[in-house]
Design a protein around this ligand. Sequence first.
Ligand code: SIN
Ligand code: FE2
Length: 213
Amino acid sequence: MLPDLFSDESRNEVLGPGAAILGGFALDVTDDLIAQVRAMSAFSSFRNMETRGGKRMSVAMFNCGSLGWVSDRSGYRYDAIDPETGTPWPALSPLFLDLAARAADALGYDDFVPDACLVNRYIPGSRLSLHQDMDEQDHGAPIVSVSLGLPATFLWGGLERSIRPSRYRLVHGDVVVWGGPSRMIFHGVDELKNGDHPATGALRYNLTFRKAR
Ligand code: SIN
Ligand code: FE2
């Protein structure tokens, strides 16, 4: 790990072994990221998926990449086809791929090449309950997660659901990376508070990069 990554001036924060918040890491590309999210969502639109138990998620999602995370009454899976359009998900752009690789590299994860990016859209009141990212075949690769728009409270727990999570504030341009011994940590997002962000209005977007296969 680069020593200056955690200098006093940085807003970087260690979450655990192999896991950190990189404060403002994506700030120089946030406008382009948001423009690309909007353009892609004209093809594969945001939708509130159903869980296996039949509940609608309060976070709306679509994917880009050769694989996309899908939830319905049959459970969770990665699928190359968007079930709503019947066609492949939009491709992962060079901007997305480059940002994910640079953030992973900052934590010492070399050559991270994600094949899936879940795009989450939160409105005030949306939340994501504690979960592990466990539908990927390759748990050797890290998760890279980019925050855009309204601030959120990230919940960072332990390797068991019962461990009470710590709370971290994530703002526009922050990137969280977790892998290695922290790859299977339970995490989530607390109920989004009302607000108005210059880049997104009353929304928060999150890009979660994974290597699914
Ligand atoms: C996720 O765990 O998939 C999303 C995390 C976030 O929105 O910050
Ligand atoms: Fe997750």
